[in-house]
Design a protein around this ligand. Sequence first.
Ligand SMILES: *Cc1c(COP(=O)(O)O)cnc(C)c1O
Length: 463
Amino acid sequence: MNRLAQLPSVDRLLSHALVAPLIQQHGRNVITRLVRKTLAAAREAASAGHLLPDEALLIQKVGAGAAALATPNLRPVFNLTGTVLHTNLGRSPLPEEAVDALISAARNPCALEYDIETGGRGDRDDIVSELLCELTGAEAATVVNNNAAAVFLLLNTLAQRKEVIVSRGELIEIGGAFRVPDIMQRAGAKLVEVGTTNRTHLKDFAEAITPRTAMLMKVHASNYAIKGFTHVVPEVELAALAHQHGLPFIVDLGSGTLTDLERWGLPHEPTPQEAITAGADLVSFSGDKLLGGPQAGLLVGRKDLIAKLKKNPLKRALRVGKLTLAALEAVLRLYRDPDRLAERLTALQQLIRPEADIRAAAGRLLPALQQAMASLPVSVAITALNSQIGSGSLPVDRLPSAGLAIRPQGKKSGVLNRIEAALRKRPRPIIGRIEDGALLLDLRCLATHEEADFAADLAQLTC
Ligand SMILES: *Cc1c(COP(=O)(O)O)cnc(C)c1O
């Protein structure tokens, strides 16, 4: 008990000369709370027989606690996972044009819903709808929070208490609890499944049409592929069948890029333009997948259908903010000049980065990683890797890449988990992946101008 009386009081610590700058930086409330917490922990440790910390140590702990509290929860990481559009790491990076636009919109009042020509009220969708129509060939467009919201809104608006016919091969689950049947149910629509997992024919759809049918729907399989004995009804035929019955044909495209990716040697990904040309009445797709923009759900198609979506009160609940619109507008503008897209759109740049370029980066960073690992029972080597696009885009295609592999010497695989955790706990966390007994750092998404910072950070690493 007497020993505990030797601990300084809360007031004594708060008035210590070394605590003043902490109060200045973090505020008196935060530091008072941390001083109390630190003293309580010291008391508890002392009762359990541990040594009493001196004042310097107590203050150091308060400082460390304050620094931890001040670290933003949403902070940048190095994405060395090899998955470019990584949903858990924020999907698409934004191009500089979009970053500038959103900073300006964040800092200043802007004409979000204000018609500068007339001085009257405007519509926030108008900020991007003309661009979307120009780029996709659609008559009208609207924007919501993400593609899940877009699908929900269209089902709720056009198919409440009615039936939606979808192929069994397209009843997908996207990570994070987006399942087509569940969304349908919540939107108030009745799912009518037709065909089989691997083969669906036009007559399957035709036979399922009843007076209660609201639409024929196609959902892009996104994150899986069916190979072998398969049949999918072409969009043109589905559209024609729907139109014969006076029904809309709706396509959830998932990723949806606005340009032909084959031009850069990437596999083909269906575009909204193609769906509209094939006769789709409404197409929905994400803003932050292959499009390379901010999180958003884009809906393009027939004017009367878009007008109905906009009248649904849910549209108000699912609308996007000015920051999203600012970034989205800037990204869409880049698509007006496809010839320069590859040098401006960050996500595309990362996706088409040549393997030789990535391998050269691995060569430049090898010494820094070897140095950081010098005292550990591991080997470090440049290795060939396969990146993936991510976000359910082109799931079976791989992008030849390169990076650094850390392998344990002997059977001590526990060391990899230790290194992985140490990398993850850096001020800017370094996220790799453990695969086949190695910790792999895929360098595709590390920009050349970030290499120096990255190497300097590795020099600070302690495992
Ligand atoms: C990704 C995806 C969604 C969900 O889009 P979010 O923008 O993540 O909400 C819906 N449908 C398909 C086919 C998708 O690939």
